[in-house]
Design a binder for this molecule. Sequence first.
Ligand code: DGY
Length: 325
Amino acid sequence: MLKSNVYITRMIPQETIDALRQFHDVEVNPYDRALTRDELLQQVRGRDAVITLLTDKVDGEVLDAAGPQCKIFANYAVGFNNFDLKAATQRGVIMTNTPGVLDDATATHAWALLLATARRISESERYVRAGQWHGWAPMAFIGQDVDHKTLGIAGLGRIGSKFARKAAAFDMKVIYTNAVREPEFERQYGATFVDKATLLRESDFLSLHLPLLPDTHHYIGAKELASMKPTAVLINAARGPLIDEQALVAALRNKVIWGAGLDVFEEEPNIAAGLAELDNVVIVPHIASATIQTRLAMGKIATDNVISVLKGEPPHTCINPEVLK
Ligand code: DGY
């Protein structure tokens, strides 16, 4: 097999790059930062395959800059709202993602956010670190019970259903909305399918596990927040634009809801003005899949897809399958 020319837009686990280097010439962005748009356009030029991040917008312009020899753009993420699938299919370029290997890590992280928000972990840790703790206090950092409460889940895909399963540990009542009803899941986990209005009204904890699409943009805005319980906690480890972040800042400030745990933001890496000043929100930098094992598995899927396509074989996780016909 002739060696091809592969570009990776940012460092991913070294083992996966080494595996790719056994077959191909591989160049990796040497900087510890995402490429600028100009750099991306420049670096993809003449490559046979490119491994990208969710921060790289891959549209017609980037595909054209890469050139007609380029066969695959492999996203190092399960989400692919940064990819223009139609533009790729039109140009005969295969696009892939990394499904399946990050479901548990992401669902567990959503739980970490939920528990940290309910039990005010970040806020109380800041207090201890600042030297403000002067002894046990009966009324300090009072949080919300999690056990036996109602857990709402928007989106029962791979990650949403993993998240739901973990609720059994807390004896929670599970309600969910989804594009389709999942009777087997309902039977197994005692979950109830509800409409969005019921989900908002009845959830003590509401976790979002939806893809970012035109009709899920601002799935939660001021109106939705106003219909939630004042004791409710909102969790988002999916995509930032599912929530109108400014409306959320106002709702948290005015105690319309009790708290929020956020892994993702509308304009990453920027966060809405006022969010960081609020104590009733836990904010972390899009790290839901950031475990050693998961990132390795993501790197393996991305590089395996590139190896297969450059060998003339179909990739394992194609997201524009029409291109293969
Ligand atoms: C994804 O894969 O889409 C996550 O957001 C990052 O791992």
